[in-house]
Write a protein that binds this ligand. Structure first.
Ligand SMILES: *[C@@H]1O[C@H](CO)[C@@H](O)[C@H](O)[C@H]1NC(C)=O
Length: 305
C-alpha cells in the first residue's frame, strides 16, 4: 500500500519535471523578425531580426546566416558567398547584425517593386570555423518578413500651434521610414541651421521616424506666407508638405488709446480754464452787484418800460 503511494507520487513528480523542462529542450532556436514592413521603391530597408539558442553561447566564427525566399532554401537573397545569391539580389543585401550577438538584421538596398518577399532567416552552425559541414541548422520559417511596397514616399506631417506675431513659433515636420542606415533628409523653405533641431527614433520594430523642428518669430509680413518641409529619401525620391501662416496680431489699442488720452487731456485743461474763469468773473459780478445795485435796477426798469 505505502510503496504504491510513494511510487505514485514519484511518477507524478517525474511527469511534472518532464512537463516543466519540455519547453527548454523542445524549442531550441527562437527568432524575432518583423512580420511586415513598408519598403519604399529605390530606397533601402533594414529588417530587424534577433535569434537565440538557449543551449550555449555560440561562436560567431562558426555561425553562417542566410536569408532565403519562403520554403525555397536554395533561393538565397543573402549569404556570405555572393555567388550563391540570386542574381536579382546580388550586391543589394547585407547582414548588419552581429550573429554572435544573436542579431540577424538584414539590409536590402535599391528596393525593387518585386522585392515583396516573404524572406526568412536561416542559421547554420558549422562544425569548425573553416568547415562547411553543419552541426546544427534552423530555418525560421514561421518568422518571415513580408514587404509592403510603396511606389511613392509618404508625405511628411506638419504639426504646429497658431502663430502669433512677435512670439516664438515652432513647427514640427516628421516622416516615417524603414531605412535607418540612410535616413530621409528634411529641409525647410526658410530658417537657418540655428533655427532647426532634428531627431531620429525607432517607433516600432524597424519603423523609424525622423523629425525636424523649426523655430522662428513670425512678423506681420509673414501673414499668409507658406512654409514648406521637404523630405528627400534614400534613392532620391522626395515628398513635401506645406502650411500657410495665419499670423495672429497681438492686440494693440494705441490707435484708440492715444486720441482718447489727448481728448481727455484737452478737455481737462479746457474745463479747468472755464472753471477758473467762472470763479473769477463770478466774484467780479457779485462785487459789482454789491457795490452798485443801480446797474441791475436800471436794467430791470428799462425792461419794464
Ligand atoms: C542589431 O543590428 C542592427 C544593425 O547593425 C543595429 O542597428 C541594432 O542596434 C542591433 N541591435 C541590437 C539589440 O544589438
Amino acid at each position: 500500500m505505502k510503496r504504491k503511494m510513494i511510487g505514485d507520487v514519484l511518477l507524478k513528480l517525474c511527469l511534472l519535471i518532464g512537463v516543466l523542462s519540455a519547453p527548454v529542450y523542445g524549442v531550441e532556436w527562437k527568432a524575432t523578425v518583423a512580420k511586415q514592413m513598408d519598403a519604399l521603391v529605390s530606397s533601402c530597408v533594414v529588417v530587424p531580426c534577433f535569434f537565440s539558442h538557449p543551449k550555449e553561447n555560440l561562436p560567431t566564427a562558426r555561425l553562417r546566416g542566410k536569408w532565403h525566399r519562403t520554403k525555397e532554401k536554395d533561393q538565397l537573397i543573402y549569404f556570405e558567398d555572393n555567388t550563391r545569391v540570386l542574381e536579382s539580389f546580388r550586391g543589394r543585401t547585407r547582414l548588419l547584425g552581429e550573429l554572435g550577438k544573436g542579431n540577424c538584421s538584414l539590409e536590402i538596398t535599391d528596393i525593387k517593386s518585386h522585392d515583396n518577399g516573404p524572406f526568412c532567416f536561416r542559421i547554420e552552425l558549422a562544425r569548425t570555423e573553416t568547415d562547411t559541414e553543419t552541426e546544427d541548422k534552423y530555418s525560421f520559417e514561421d518568422d518571415c518578413v513580408t514587404m509592403h511596397m510603396l511606389p511613392k514616399p509618404k508625405d511628411p506631417s506638419l504639426t504646429h500651434k497658431d502663430p502669433v506675431e512677435g512670439r516664438p513659433f515652432t513647427v514640427t515636420c516628421s516622416v516615417t521610414h524603414t531605412c535607418p542606415t540612410s535616413r530621409p533628409q528634411l529641409t525647410w523653405s526658410r530658417g537657418s541651421a540655428d533655427d532647426i533641431t532634428e531627431s531620429h527614433r525607432e517607433i516600432h520594430q524597424g519603423l523609424w521616424e525622423v523629425s525636424s523642428v523649426l523655430t522662428f518669430v513670425p512678423a506681420e509680413k509673414d501673414d499668409h506666407k507658406e512654409v514648406t518641409c521637404t523630405a528627400k529619401f534614400n534613392g532620391e525620391m522626395t515628398s513635401r508638405s506645406k502650411m500657410t501662416l495665419y499670423v495672429k496680431r497681438v492686440e494693440n489699442y494705441n490707435h484708440i488709446i492715444i486720441p482718447v488720452a489727448v481728448a481727455v487731456g484737452l478737455s481737462a485743461i479746457f474745463g479747468g480754464l472755464c472753471f477758473l474763469m467762472v470763479k473769477k468773473y463770478k466774484r467780479r459780478i457779485e462785487d459789482l452787484q454789491r457795490q452798485d445795485g443801480t446797474f441791475f435796477n436800471r436794467l430791470s426798469r428799462m425792461s419794464r418800460r
